[in-house]
Design a protein around this ligand. Structure first.
Ligand code: HEM
Length: 464
């Protein structure tokens, strides 16, 4: 009897000669992605001459994430990422990962979180102190400026001055966008000179130079500092393992840049979506306000308050489900293997998408609906909830990012409400991380009377 042939992997429709699916992926990546599960558990997508197999099934996605030796970091995103970040924690291969992870772990030790949380709150308070009622914010850059500032105050006890911080914010946005755009651009086009390429190269050089100067200055300073850089340069310290060697200067710059690139736009995106979702759902917003007034009673939030801020936490959990900032990740198969029933030769590139998994109706009833209460009795499912990835390569800054988003949201919402200026929903931009680019919101004093039901921009089915 003949053995059944392995199932073929279907190719997504609409590919063009030479470009493959690069155009729909660049123009409307989320719409493109959500059409794929109807075609199969694994679907082939082409970027120029290269093929990426997108994993649409949650169990297979988890299998890939948990087997990080066979499904190692790889593919166009990682290659472009390495040009920017060097061999940092997020881009290094399996062979180097365990050492690097142990080296970085002390910087994110839970014992450091109470001090970090104080800096998150202080930074948020400093930023909103400058806000005026009626002011209109461009929400994504505003949240970016805030998270760059919190990142710098936690990384360096004495952060760079405001102008340098502004340049850093712009440069981080440029390089994060540049990495994804370059990953989706076929090589022939990527190497063409032009203003975009020059802007990217300039931003990259400026960032690395600034961080290298900070590392050199710190090496020359024997005093202990209560910050992330100190923990990074002394991994065998009280929160670490004594046998972990400290990083070289180059490794330290790679890691600092990795933390900035991986941590800043992701957290800013989560916050921006949370503001938008709260404004569109005034009953939930009202519950968040009540919770803040009860739990904090006007005091600034600390780490100890976070567990009691349950509705606020569920809002963020749900915002990260609907709009996971890292919506696409890639892996490369390091030895011939089988995924599902499909044989995959060594060198196959896989695409993993938390966005796609989070929008599956078989995992989340009414998956497109914002419903923080779906988390009331349920803990996030390890297979179907992946905003921070999973397995050995899971986000090292997950607690750092969650605590930061919670205390920043709490600090701002204690005082301000944000309302969209445009009734149309923002178009999710997946150019780099997933953000509501172009979202403008007017800030009002929270003590002013609520007019939610009369406002067509806000929740259409508002009943109070
Ligand atoms: C809401 C905020 C955040 C989200 C949604 C997020 C998401 C993710 C995801 C999905 C991964 C896995 C990538 C992969 O498997 O290919 C990851 C890894 C990583 N993240 Fe985050 N992240 C956030 C905040 C942060 C923060 C604040 C930092 C640092 C300050 C950070 C640093 C990292 C690093 C270094 C890695 C690589 C870990 C490794 O490979 O061992 N992230 N993040």
């Amino acid at each position: 009897m003949n053995a059944t042939p392995p199932p073929a992997v279907p190719t997504a429709p609409g590919g063009l000669p030479l470009l493959g699916h690069a155009l729909p992926l660049a123009r409307a990546p989320l719409a493109f992605l959500t059409r794929l599960p109807a075609l199969g558990d694994l679907v082939r997508v082409r970027i120029g001459p290269r093929s990426v197999i997108v994993v649409c099934d949650p169990e297979l996605t988890r299998h890939v994430l948990l087997n990080d030796r066979v499904f190692d970091k790889g593919g166009p995103l990682r290659e472009r990422g390495r040009e920017l970040l060097g061999n940092g924690l997020i881009t290094c291969s399996h062979a180097d990962h365990r050492r690097q992870r142990r080296q970085c772990q002390p910087s994110f030790h839970p014992a450091r979180l109470p001090a970090y949380a104080l800096r998150f709150t202080d930074t948020a308070r400093t930023v909103v102190d400058d806000w005026r009622p009626g002011q209109v914010l461009d929400v994504v850059p505003t949240m970016m400026a805030l998270t760059v500032r919190t990142a710098l105050t936690t990384m360096f006890a004495t952060p760079p001055p405001a102008r340098a911080a502004r340049t850093l914010t712009e440069d981080i946005t440029t390089v994060v966008e540049g990495v994804l755009r370059r990953a989706l651009t076929p090589a022939v086009l990527r190497h063409l000179p032009g203003p975009e390429r020059r802007r990217y190269d300039r931003a990259r050089t400026r960032l690395r130079t600034a961080l290298a100067e900070l590392v050199t200055a710190r090496r020359a300073d024997p005093a202990p500092h209560d910050d992330l850089l100190h923990a990074l340069l002394h991994p065998g310290g009280p929160d670490g393992a004594p046998d972990v060697p400290p990083p070289t200067d180059r490794e330290a710059v790679d890691q600092l840049l990795t933390f900035l690139v991986a941590g800043v736009e992701t957290t800013a995106g989560a916050l921006a979506w949370a503001w938008y979702l709260l404004a569109r759902h005034p009953r939930i917003e009202h519950r968040v306000h009540r919770e803040l007034d009860t739990v904090l009673a006007g005091a600034p939030p600390t780490l100890a308050d976070v567990p009691a801020l349950t509705t606020t936490g569920h809002v963020l959990t749900e915002a990260l489900r609907l709009y996971p900032p890292l919506w696409l990740m890639t892996r490369e198969v390091t030895e011939d293997t089988v995924l599902g029933a499909v044989p995959l030769p060594r060198g196959t590139v896989l695409g993993i998408s938390p966005y796609l998994v989070h929008r599956r109706p078989d995992r989340y009833p009414e998956p497109d609906r914002f419903d923080p209460d779906r988390w009331l009795d349920a803990r996030p499912d390890r297979t179907a909830y992946l905003p921070f990835g999973s397995g050995a390569r899971k986000c090292i800054g997950d607690r750092f990012g969650t605590v930061q988003a919670t205390v920043v949201l709490a600090t701002i919402a204690t005082r301000w409400r944000l309302e969209p200026t445009d009734p149309r929903p923002p178009r999710p931009s997946a150019l780099s991380t997933l953000t509501p680019r172009g979202l403008h919101m007017r800030i009002t004093d929270r003590t002013a009377p609520q007019s939610a039901c009369a406002d067509p921009v806000r929740e259409p089915d508002c009943q109070w």
